[in-house]
Design a protein around this ligand. Sequence first.
Ligand code: 4AD
Ligand code: MG
Length: 464
Amino acid sequence: MERITVAEARRAEAIGRHVEVRGWVRTRRDSKANFSFLEINDGSCLANLQVVADANLDNYHDQVRHLTAGCSVSVQGTIVASAGAEQATELKAEQVKVYGWADPEKYPLQKKRHSFEKLREWAHLRPRTNTFGAVARVRNCVAFAIHQFFQQEGFLYIHTPIITASDCEGAGALFRVTTLPLDNPPRRPDGQVDFQQDFFGRPTYLTVSGQLEAEIYATALSKVYTFGPTFRAEKSYTTRHLAEFWMVEPEMAFYDLDDNMELAEKFLKYLANAVLQRCQEDLAFFEKFIDPQVRQRLETLLNHSFHRCSYSEAVGILEKSGQTFEFPVAWGKDLQSEHERYLTEHHFGGPVILYDYPKQIKPFYMRLNDDGRTVRAMDLLVPGVGEIIGGSQREERLEVLEQRMRELDMSLDDYWWYLDLRRFGTVPHSGFGLGLERFVQFVTGMTNIRDVIPFPRTPGWAEF
Ligand code: 4AD
Ligand code: MG
């Protein structure tokens, strides 16, 4: 017998087919003494399949009448037209096989709604809820569309290392990787820990970004992207920060900052369109239950050019805004999320790219402008989330880069290979990083980033 998914079984074209469907029971309703409705979900879509089971089944009284939320079943039968308004089809059961029971006294996901905080403690069960199933499908759609976009644009997917000895962003938010015994590490004569005896013979960390290695490949293969987990040991308790998050980072030779902005805009529009086209059922759910603005925000992003505004202009706008911010605005200070949200949500009312930031608030690798004070940085801000992309044109001039690294007390020796890229056939080049979870937040309207990644890692939390 052919096995089909709930999504397939719900389509009118399936009527008349003799099939098997497997999944988990969401609810059981008994009608009269000898017939029941089961709602079955298998994650293939948001909606459930209605199964009609009656007393002709030999296990009807022993088993079917005892099924509860969370039980796993296989149902064989015929797809028939449904009289219900909710669905086109239903499955008339000829056999119901129970794989696993779920004690209703103990199974946590009962009909009542649970808070997202509570569901985080049950991250092993939360994908069985409507919200987390929908988030997983949208996240999958975005991840696939990311690859489609870059493959279509002629980029090569490269794999940059997870373990690294360099600190790309220079923010000091690194997780150390070591096999040295913590209670009694080997020490040098001066008392410092002797990392020469560590696994890699030097201090190593989990990567904060694959950019530096992506630059190596871009300056040979022209257009590349890396897409993987990145790690930041910041003690941030916000709804926008994770200690482990996924970042996609394209890096392009012969691109200046304008080319970079254009690519970022085209990329986000591609992703927005993919979600609008392919996740209609889930989007309708988010619009109804999570955030009524989600679809409109996607459409605004898709149908308008992104605003562009220099950091200095942005500071001017904020100073003249008449708003009282928690953090005061001043040229040279980093913008806080309240400032970013004001700009994208109130002032521009849509996506905006800020560029040319003061060099002191940006990492060492960004290209210095002729004014000597700003660098060719760009941050892309969207309503509801704030910064979603950070990128820049890279400093390709050896002397300027070395000078900047000395100012920042960085060891030129440690970055000898990065400097070599500027010694041998250097080219202007640019790239950016999109935080996958921030984009999924934008698309779904989920307010807490911990709810758009299957297993969030945040300070004090690494369960599962
Ligand atoms: O702005 P960031 O730090 O830029 C970089 O890492 C560059 N090396 C990227 C590049 O040019 N190749 O991070 C890029 C994006 C941010 O805009 C944000 O969306 C996301 O990564 N991000 C985080 N997402 C979740 N939790 C965190 N702690 C994040 N930090 C950054
Ligand atoms: Mg940034």
